[in-house]
Design a protein around this ligand. Structure first.
Ligand code: BGC
Length: 714
């Protein structure tokens, strides 16, 4: 008899429900702490997993409590390690801008190593919600707007957190693909709001990254808080059981979101906790995170005949199986002791964080080559509420990170330009409408040759429950920016934010603009690297940056219309008061050098099902310094049984080029990747004509075009 069979046979119903119940630690100024009632639930075998706990002693203590319970089953300890644990890396949206799967994997592995060393078994990452609305605060946690790109991130992150698919090494944790699915489409960008998207976009756009995560072997899936067309994800049997478990073959754990099972009552589909528990279990949710709905409702649901005892057993089996895979039944795991080593961040983790951070920075604009700042001889005024804001640099979801370990922009720049004249003034607050000695800011700026204006939003203004109906500059920052611009000096705007900010007017008037997102503990050093030119910016936007809020939602992979936008035709798809084009296209990002793309060729214009589409393009570094360019490839199926988006991202490649050098970049796409879901949602590859677009970003003006045919028949 296997260990799991033995345990199941020995368990009471209460102990089984305990394995399906997660309790939470509370956060105190001294770190996480298990409250008294959670401790007794664990000791009585009535809780099998814990949220928000980390630290060698605290997790050992919790595991000891569990070991002392009647059956001695270890706990699953879980925490949101989203972009680093102690060492904080760039927020996911920022890191996606690197377009670098090895880096995505490396930061996940480094985060897993630190978290595992502190007793964490499961991270609630990667977050894979395709996000097309900058009002939604959680866009910060996401890999952006494109399902294919999100799928690439999904696979890299699962590899990074979990390592080899067979077993978890001591420096890995179980990853969670969250939040399945469609959360990014919350109506009007308002967090938790219900969604109503088509079945096609559910499959093609929102579910695709989850499918990729399952293919990569993700251990856990978390359903989203939201409901789709009246069906909450937490009780969505069709999606969770029929699609995720049966069609995709997912045999891992499904863990509800925070209190989401209990919320089935307020979602309007369950009358009480017994019904809520029954609906979630029937849908395939194994663990009830924190709400206590399974603890209060499952036994009753069983009595009422709403659930079968086999469903409970199946869920318990999956929980025990993950505990076994993680090696938790064995004696104290060596990874606990690894924490005695050097406390993080270490020099090595900082080096990775700095590299990830500088690669995440997107140079949006650089008029008259005002950047990079020359190393000597210029007096700099560093102005703004985000110039010396260590905590904000960490961004949302950085619970185990510490402000004391973060480098502010002021600190980074002072180190990089030691001996230079750097004046600093805060100028304005973010959270209130108060200025902070505007005169000091003005006089510092007057005494300088160049102004570096550090504005944006605070870390708390993005992430969960941080939707903003006006995603511009909060507080009096707009007025501060106006006052700085009025001085008529060269002005570089450094934007810290978890989303594309709607500040088109300022971007137009600033000489240079950097999107620096929230870059983590090495933010200041990384920003200084870019400002001074020690690092030539290479980040590319993983989301379309709107011109005005009225364009939202905005994304490049739009479907065709019978009336494409036409400036000379009123009755075409456009606005009468705004251009349809965004301010910056997906993929946009400048460098301190200039690249020219030319001579797009296809190896063959006539392809069969098993072939690869192979495109080559010549890229020339036409500037005077070395730099890295990213080349994107999009396809369009011209005539199909279901109209296809005008551009679908299928590949990208990067090339590093010395000044004056050229290279031929090759991108290939299996023809099979051109298939899509037909009218009955069956994958199909339809023969016919395709367009292919290759270039530096998704703007039609920037792309070179060619065409090819896919042959029918065998
Ligand atoms: C969030 C999840 C998170 C969970 C646990 C919820 O509020 O939606 O993304 O993993 O809390 O912290």
């Amino acid at each position: 008899m296997s260990r799991i069979d033995r345990l199941l046979a020995a368990m009471t119903l209460e102990e089984k429900i305990g394995q399906l119940t997660m309790v939470s630690a509370g956060l105190t100024p001294l770190g996480p702490c298990l409250p008294h009632d959670a401790r007794s639930e664990i000791a009585l075998g009535r809780a099998g997993s814990v949220l928000n706990l980390w630290g060698v002693e605290r997790t050992d203590d919790a595991q000891r409590l569990a070991k002392e319970s009647r059956l001695g089953i270890p706990l699953l300890i879980s925490f949101d390690v989203l972009h680093g644990h102690r060492t904080i890396y760039p927020i996911p949206l920022a890191e996606t801008a690197t377009f670098d799967p090895l880096l995505w994997e490396a930061t996940a592995h480094a985060a897993a190593r630190e978290a595992a060393a502190e007793g964490v078994d499961i991270t609630y990452a990667p977050m894979l919600d395709v996000s097309r609305d900058p009002r939604w605060g959680r866009i910060a946690e996401s890999p952006g707007e494109d399902p294919w790109l999100c799928s690439q991130v999904a696979a890299a992150k699962v590899r990074g957190y979990q390592g080899a698919p067979s077993a978890f090494a001591d420096d890995r944790v179980a990853a969670t693909a969250k939040h399945l699915a469609g959360y990014g489409a919350s109506v009007a960008g308002r967090d938790y709001a219900a969604i109503d998207i088509s079945e096609r976009s559910l499959h093609e756009v929102y579910l695709a990254p989850f499918k990729a995560a399952v293919a990569a072997g993700v251990a856990v899936i978390m359903p989203a808080f939201v409901s789709l067309a009246g069906a909450p994800m937490t009780s969505n049997r069709h999606l969770l059981r029929h699609i995720v478990r049966e069609a995709w073959g997912f045999d891992g754990l499904i863990i509800s979101d925070y209190q989401a099972v209990a919320e089935l009552v307020t979602q309007g589909v369950a009358a009480d906790m017994a019904e809520a528990a029954a609906l979630a279990l029937a849908a395939g949710v194994d663990i009830d995170m924190v709400g206590g709905a399974y603890a209060r409702g499952l036994a009753l649901a069983l009595e009422r005949g709403l659930v079968r005892s086999e469903w409970i057993d199946e869920a318990v089996r999956r929980v025990l199986a993950l505990k076994e895979r993680l090696g938790l039944f064995d004696a104290l795991r060596p990874r606990h002791r690894a924490a005695d080593a050097e406390p993080a961040p270490t020099p090595a983790s900082r080096a990775l964080a700095r590299d990830a951070a500088r690669r995440s920075i997107v140079l949006l604009k650089n008029a008259n080559s005002v950047l990079p700042l020359s190393a000597t001889g210029r007096r700099i005024a560093l102005i703004g509420p985000l110039a010396d804001a260590r905590l904000d640099m960490l961004g949302p979801w950085s619970g185990a990170g510490a402000a004391k370990n973060a480098v502010s922009i002021l600190e980074g720049l002072r180190t990089a330009l030691a001996g230079s004249d750097i004046g600093y003034a805060k100028g304005a607050d973010i959270a209130t409408s108060d200025f902070d000695d505007l005169q000091a800011a003005e006089s510092a700026a007057r005494n300088a040759d160049v102004i570096v204006l550090c504005v944006g939003e605070s870390a708390q203004m993005s992430g969960e429950a941080a939707s903003r109906a006006r995603p511009a500059l909060p507080g009096p920052q707009q007025e501060l920016a106006e006052a700085m611009l009025a001085l008529g000096k060269p002005l570089i705007m450094v934007l810290s934010s978890g989303r594309p900010l709607l500040v088109s007017g300022l971007i137009e008037r600033a000489d240079a603009v950097l999107a620096t997102w929230f870059l983590g503990c090495e933010a200041g050093n990384a920003i200084a690297d870019v400002l001074t030119g020690r690092w030539n910016p290479s980040g590319r936007l993983p989301v379309t940056w709107p011109l005005e809020l009225g364009q939202v939602p905005i994304f490049f992979s739009e479907g065709p219309t019978g009336r494409p936008p036409d400036a000379n035709n009123r009755y075409s798809s456009k606005y009468i008061d705004l251009p349809v084009e965004p301010l910056f296209a997906f993929g946009h990002g400048l460098s301190y050098t200039r690249f020219i793309h030319r001579n797009l060729r296809l190896r063959s214009h006539d392809l069969a099902a098993g072939d690869d589409l192979v495109a080559t393009i010549d890229v020339c570094n036409d500037g005077d310094r070395e730099g890295e360019e990213t080349v994107f490839l999009f396809t369009h199926d011209v005539v199909a049984s279901v109209a296809r988006p005008l551009r679908e991202l299928k590949a990208y490649a990067k090339v590093q080029l010395a000044a004056g050098k050229s290279a031929t970049v090759t991108l290939s796409v299996p023809v099979a990747a051109l298939s899509f879901l037909d009218a009955s949602f069956t994958p199909v590859l339809e023969p016919g004509e395709f367009e292919v677009y290759v270039g530096p970003n998704a703007s039609p003006r920037a792309l070179l075009k060619s065409t090819f045919r896919v042959r029918g028949g065998a």
